[in-house]
Design a protein around this ligand. Structure first.
Ligand code: 5GP
Ligand code: ZN
Length: 112
């Protein structure tokens, strides 16, 4: 837990969020500035800065986050979706608590 981390404060309930999933390790909630019809974030409760600071002991947590993506996307009514993990400032990361973006719906996804 980091007191100045927005996602730690969402995990602790200090900052409200539109939560769609929670278990002992992970929460998922809708992004406050969605870039698609459905856009949510899968966030571990453990404060890890980014994918670049993950180590082998985080392997199962990372696997869990990834496997939740199709399950939650389906629950949110998505037939297909995109996942994204921004890493480091130059990788577009703005919140330095690792998270997976999951988004889709409509026909607005740009081709990459
Ligand atoms: P990043 O650029 O770090 O990969 O993505 C951070 C994401 O967190 C952004 O898409 C941003 O809209 C979202 N975000 C930032 N602050 C909040 C917040 O307080 N609540 C929610 N639900 N999303 C947030
Ligand atoms: Zn944090």
């Amino acid at each position: 837990m980091s007191a100045d981390c927005i996602f730690c404060r969402i995990v602790s309930g200090d900052i409200p969020s539109k939560k769609i999933y929670e278990d002992v390790d992970v929460i998922a909630f809708h992004d406050i500035h969605p870039i698609a019809k459905v856009h949510f974030l899968i966030v571990p409760k453990l404060h890890i800065e980014s994918l670049a600071s993950c180590e082998v002991q985080h392997q199962s947590l990372l696997g869990k986050m990834l496997l939740l993506a199709p399950q939650l996307a389906k629950e949110q009514g998505l037939a297909g979706f995109r996942t994204m993990i921004n890493t480091g400032r130059e990788g577009g990361q703005e919140v330095f608590h690792i998270h997976t973006h999951v988004f889709g719906g409509g026909d607005t996804l740009p081709k990459t």
